[in-house]
Design a protein around this ligand. Structure first.
Ligand code: KIV
Ligand code: ZN
Length: 504
């Protein structure tokens, strides 16, 4: 069996998705979960892009013990030095250098000739290799690059010391047959290809990212670059769970390869990434969507009851999807709750658990049955509230079809200062957001506002997602509460906290 390395780029390419900004602590949390999932490489970020990004990659490098920690750099000495500075403390550091190679990028973006690009790629890989043992090179937009030129640049980068060469389908242009042929031709045409691992990196613009990646594996690629839930630029990247489960489920097709992924961590990781990025997983998403293992038709239900495999090709338990939704309530003890949290993938510190328990008891006073989804949203809410510079302390609204909607809010800052103000608006949410804006000087540009309930029932927790625009960037915020106005205020403050963290 040969191993296919799983290179997760949720924290780099995934975070590049519009509105996908994560705080440093959130990035660290996801990185730790990725290590639990047993991914081989964690691409932690692009250190030259901002101070926050540099700090996040540095912190992740210090905390991650087993997985390789990779930092991205464009083909520029300063960017490579900055990437190295961030990861040099890692147990297993990798520098990832990229440079566009397609004619369209050369002419319109880089304004360089093919030979200048070839020379720059060699020089920069050589420089990266003078710092790190493990260096990856990506000819960006490889699938729209003249193949003969691509072979030459791959050969030169391996000659200069690249230990992995990646073949990015940057704009999600390729199709499985053609991408597979490209990989095969690379093996045939690059004389020193045996000295490097060949990697695939597929975007999902045509909905083919996972299929293209799998074809690349069949053609000999031994590293797949992907993201949890397929998040990423535009239509996203190849989805980690789809690639991994296809390899695992179709042993007959992928008989020579395996991944090291601990599949029981797939669902908890998917939930965590969705909670922290604010990108909901569509219900019919393969592997991790809410409906992925739900059987509605009578014939299917009948089959499942007689033998699960009649209509299920994977066992949801091997993905870490809780088989039954255990309901916990007011009388559940601390021990049972701790166990449940662990089963759901949350290993809380004592302090975090105490805060969670307090919130759990409050919820249990309001709601009879508390399910896994309630537990997940409570944990996420506690963590969001703690991580930001501002926290909602109190909110009082008065509204209805008579008179003006009014909101009074009290917000605490990290140093314990209490800020309070009030405002009127067209409705309770408008009034609450105006009051918050008076205190925090928020941008008045809400581009998305969605409310949905976490579970069924009229006493359910409401989950609010907002996206707001600040200085040309989109920031996502989430908030949950049994009162949707409170959830709305929390979501708004969460987005403002992210915008502020990014600026700082
Ligand atoms: O899609 C792409 O080309 C990339 C590179 C930086 C590898 O993300
Ligand atoms: Zn990409």
């Amino acid at each position: 069996m040969e191993k296919v390395l799983i290179f997760d780029t949720t924290l780099r390419d995934g975070e590049q998705a519009a509105g996908g900004n994560l705080t440093i602590q959130e990035k660290l949390k996801i990185a730790k979960q990725l290590e639990k999932l047993n991914v081989d490489v964690i691409e932690a970020g692009f250190p030259i892009s901002s101070q926050g990004e540099f700090e996040a990659v540095t912190l992740i490098s210090q905390e991650i013990k087993w997985s390789v920690v990779c930092a991205l750099a464009h083909a520029n000495q300063k960017a490579i030095d900055r990437a190295w500075e961030a990861i040099k403390g890692a147990d297993r550091p990798r520098i990832h250098v990229f440079l566009s190679t397609s004619r369209i990028h050369q002419e319109y973006q880089l304004k360089m000739t093919p030979s200048q690009i070839l020379e720059l790629a060699s020089d920069m890989v050589r420089h990266a290799r003078s710092l790190a043992e493990d260096v990856e090179f990506s000819p960006m937009d490889a699938t729209r690059t003249d193949p003969e030129y691509l072979y030459r640049i791959l050969e030169a980068s391996i000659e200069a010391g690249a230990t992995t060469v990646n073949i990015p389908d940057t704009v999600g242009y390729d199709t499985p047959g053609s991408y597979g042929r490209l990989i095969k031709n690379i093996f045939r045409s690059v004389p020193n290809i045996g000295k490097a691992v060949v990697s695939c990196h597929c975007h999902n613009d045509l909905g083919l990212a996972a299929a293209n990646s799998l074809e690349a594996v069949l053609a000999g690629a031994r590293q797949v670059e992907c993201t949890v839930n397929g998040v990423g630029e535009r239509a996203g990247n190849a989805s980690l769970e789809e690639v991994v489960m296809a390899i695992k489920t179709r042993r007959d097709v992928f008989e020579q390869v395996e991944t090291g992924i601990k599949t029981v961590q797939i669902y908890p990781t998917s939930r965590m990434v969705s909670e922290l990025t604010g990108f909901a997983v569509q219900a019919n998403k393969a592997i991790v969507g809410d409906n992925a293992f739900r059987h509605e038709s009578g014939i299917h239900q009948d089959g499942i009851l007689k033998k699960r495999e009649t209509y299920e090709i994977m066992d949801p338990r091997e993905l870490g999807i809780p088989g039954t939704t255990l309901e916990v309530g007011k009388l559940s003890g601390r021990h049972a709750l701790k166990e449940r949290l662990l089963e759901l993938g949350y290993d809380l510190t004592d302090e975090e658990f105490n805060d969670f328990y307090r919130a759990f008891k409050e919820l249990a006073d309001k709601k009879k049955k508390i399910t896994d989804k309630d537990i997940e949203s409570l944990v996420a809410e506690e963590q969001r509230a703690k991580s930001g510079a501002y926290r909602l302390e109190r909110i009082q609204v008065s509204c209805g079809d008579q008179g003006l909607a009014t909101a009074a809010v009290k917000i605490s800052t990290k140093d314990g200062t209490i800020l309070s103000d009030a405002a009127i608006g067209t409705g309770p949410v408008d009034a609450a957001y105006k009051a918050i804006n008076r205190l925090l000087d928020g941008p008045d540009n809400l581009v998305e506002f969605t409310v949905k309930s976490v579970t069924e029932g009229i006493d359910a927790i409401g989950s609010v997602l907002v996206r707001l625009e600040s200085e040309g960037e989109i920031f996502t915020g989430r908030g949950t509460d049994t009162d949707i106005i409170v959830a709305s205020a929390k979501a708004y403050i969460n987005a403002l906290n992210r915008a502020r963290a990014k600026k700082e």
